[in-house]
Design a protein around this ligand. Sequence first.
Ligand SMILES: *Cc1c(COP(=O)(O)O)cnc(C)c1O
Length: 458
Amino acid sequence: MSAKEIPYKIYLEESEMPKQWLNIRAFMKNKPDPLLNPGTLKPMSQDELSVVFCEELARQELDETTPYIDIPEEILKFYKMYRPAPLVRAYCLEEKLQTPAKIYYKFEGNNTSGSHKLNSAIAQAYYAKLQGLKGVTTETGAGQWGTALSMACAYFGLDCNVYMVKVSYEQKPFRREVMRAYGASVIPSPSELTNIGRKILAEHPGTSGSLGCAISEAVEAAVSKQGYRYVLGSVLSQVLLHQSIIGVETKAALDKYDITPDIIIGCAGGGSNLGGLIAPFVRDKLLGKSDCRLVAVEPSSCPSLTRGKYVYDFCDTGAITPLAKMYTLGADFIPAPDHAGGLRYHGMSSVLSRLYHDGLMEAVSVKQTDVFKAAEDFARIEGILPAPESAHAIKTAVDEALKCKESGEEKTIVFGLTGTGYFDMLAYEKFHDGKMTDYEPSAADLQRGFDGIPDINL
Ligand SMILES: *Cc1c(COP(=O)(O)O)cnc(C)c1O
């Protein structure tokens, strides 16, 4: 089929929407290492996890063997309000770059929360409702996850308590108010509402907060309140499972036109969109049916895969969550205050960490000014104003397309466009005003984070 016959947007029919999530772990020969109880250093059991997480989500977290999991009917119904998401052929970008490469992006920004996070938020809210819970607690950094969860909780009539990193709470009033519009209560973190929040405030008065600290507070709030559980928007294997809808749809759209991707690129914070996007392609690679390159893109100011250590570490600053074996910069690592592009989590999904460690996935890091430049070029050429996070993938996709221009190779590049950037205009402002720098942590900066990694690693 010639390239001309491929439309700008490949839509799936509603009837072609995937009805199952894909669990990559079932296909992995080397499984990701289990979450450990920090007290006993034994793998977390279903019962232990169920204290913090909803029962069914705890089960999904531990399930490494079921390859396909039916998406419950009520979740499918909600998905149909904003899915299937289009796979867009970036014809205008190709033309502008004068590249023989064929570039596609999967656009996840077509919902009010503005990102892919809603795919997992609705699943997690559903299982909380199914269990008869009153509500859920969570943390949010920039606010995308909190917004998605607020929407999902509103739909199922659940109470939603969001611990929002204080600096974002103060600097991102619009996100905060969207969450409140959907009925969530939003608490600046660190707060006086939890033991860990009070402790952090006592030790670091005037702190602007961090994601790790907000996680500690949200977990504490969930386990100390009757009828509440904690939910997390990234990193966990259950979240990658829900996000596999992105990849399964992408694969279905490509298959419709017999397109075989050569490179799949996604930005990586905790790894959920990328883990979801690559799920069917990892499966095919593991089954020997594909030799497609898979590329994770991270900010050079928070380089967990490219400069982190593959060890057991805490998922939060307060050291109350289970230990996860992952590429990490240390739970105490905080990116430079100048960092504006999101993707600031210190660790990486244990599934993606394992794939990277085993050479099944690559990783690159990019500088934030290059990312914002790529974001604006993209907005001017393809129309969509991307989230800074998504622009990491754009930057790398463009780099790969330019390599094709030099070599003359007609590679097919697919990248994940995870969301829109309307709520990130302060970051864009910094870029426009020339106030954005490219700080990269020195070896000594990284060492400070590594020093906080628990001493249980052999
Ligand atoms: C949260 C977010 C990310 C990063 O999270 P992952 O779990 O790594 O996918 C990327 N893009 C957008 C738009 C986000 O909101």
